[in-house]
Design a protein around this ligand. Structure first.
Ligand code: HEM
Length: 113
């Protein structure tokens, strides 16, 4: 089935083996709007007449959503990833300070003894 000359739909299944341009190009156009592909080749008037033999019907364009009704897949990082990432960053900043503080404290108490 081909969406050629959108919104007209043509079923070219019986034509696959007879198509002078080969079946491959037709199969590449399956289930998409092949209007540009068809026109770019510069098909003859006879080709356009033959096309009418495969006419199935029209797509009811009112059923096509204006916005695609799918959502992009969510980011791979889990939702908790953000907060744990923050904790890691905080620790990366605080840990060297803590070690430095511990080193100074040890030095101070070590001298006292
Ligand atoms: C119902 C749809 C189609 C019909 C009835 C059809 C019919 C034909 C016919 C009769 C020819 C011989 C040349 C001519 O008379 O113009 C032809 C050639 C060709 N068609 Fe189609 N065609 C269809 C769809 C497509 C689509 C979707 C493509 C996609 C690109 C395509 C690509 C070609 C190519 C590449 C040639 C060869 C042109 C050449 O060698 O000069 N056709 N087609």
């Amino acid at each position: 089935c081909i969406l050629n000359n959108f919104p007209q739909v043509y079923d070219v299944t019986p034509f696959l083996e007879e198509h002078p341009g080969g079946d491959e190009v037709l199969l590449l156009a399956v289930e998409k709007d092949a209007t540009d592909d068809f026109n770019d080749v510069g098909h003859s008037d006879s080709a356009k007449e033959q096309m009418e033999k495969f006419y199935v019907g029209k797509v009811d364009t009112s059923t096509i959503p204006e916005q695609p009704n799918y959502k992009l897949p969510a980011q791979t990082t889990p939702p908790s990833g953000q907060s744990s990432g923050f904790v890691v960053k905080l620790l990366q900043f605080l840990l060297p300070l803590l070690i430095l503080g511990a080193a100074f404290a040890l030095q101070y108490y070590g001298k006292k003894k």
